[in-house]
Design a protein around this ligand. Sequence first.
Ligand code: SAM
Length: 236
Amino acid sequence: MYAEPLTAVERFQFDESVAHVFPDMIERSVPGYNTILHMIGVFTQRFVQRESRCYDLGCSLGAVTRSMRRNINHGGCRIVAVDNSMAMLERCRAILEKDDSLVPVDMVCADIQDVAIVNASVVVLNFTLQFIPLCARSALLCRIHEGLLPGGVLVLSEKIRFTDSGQQAFQTEMHHAFKKSMGYSELEISQKRAALERVLLPESLEEHGARLSMAGFRNHHTWFQCFNFVSFVARK
Ligand SMILES: C[S@@+](CC[C@H](N)C(=O)[O-])C[C@H]1O[C@@H](n2cnc3c(N)ncnc32)[C@H](O)[C@@H]1O
């Protein structure tokens, strides 16, 4: 998408052109993406509860949903997969139809800020919170906490920023090097970065930690980090 010079780099959107290349784009942009997906399956196996719901908020093409589905071994569970991009959801539906798991999936085209979270044992925000306006993030996490059953978990993966400028520069440089190693050119990297500016708003480890505590989670742990990408697990 960003291989040729663009006269004006438009604001990044999860439209048809992004949905078309999404699996390739996310694998080449997020270090450890496949490990995180695998471990979401491990978290699901450990924390899913009988007759409960698992939520995939910002599901894109359903990679998290598929990982959860393969690891739900209790009866009466269903997955709620939510995205506000119709282009993503249509492709997601086609992918899930080919999947042979019997765990039901409710696909919802909506803003995750408007979706009721109820009877949840596992909730996943895999690189989605970073696209929600900063002022709306606390309310969303409070609603997730409220909708979780006792013992339930939130897995939250995000691109982060660092308050120390030396560390910010180092981690950004290494992320850049990772993308080059995955075959992206300097032009692709810089045009995509420009498109994401003011759309993807990263926060620091400290800001995420404080919000998880404020939302009521009894504890949270950073279980994954590679450069400026982290994943937390927070327990109710
Ligand atoms: C980086 S992708 C998430 C990747 C996906 N969770 C995965 O692991 O493959 C972000 C997704 O969140 C969706 N999204 C962004 N803001 C949203 C919102 N307010 N409500 C619902 N979906 C949203 C986008 O359409 C996009 O599909």
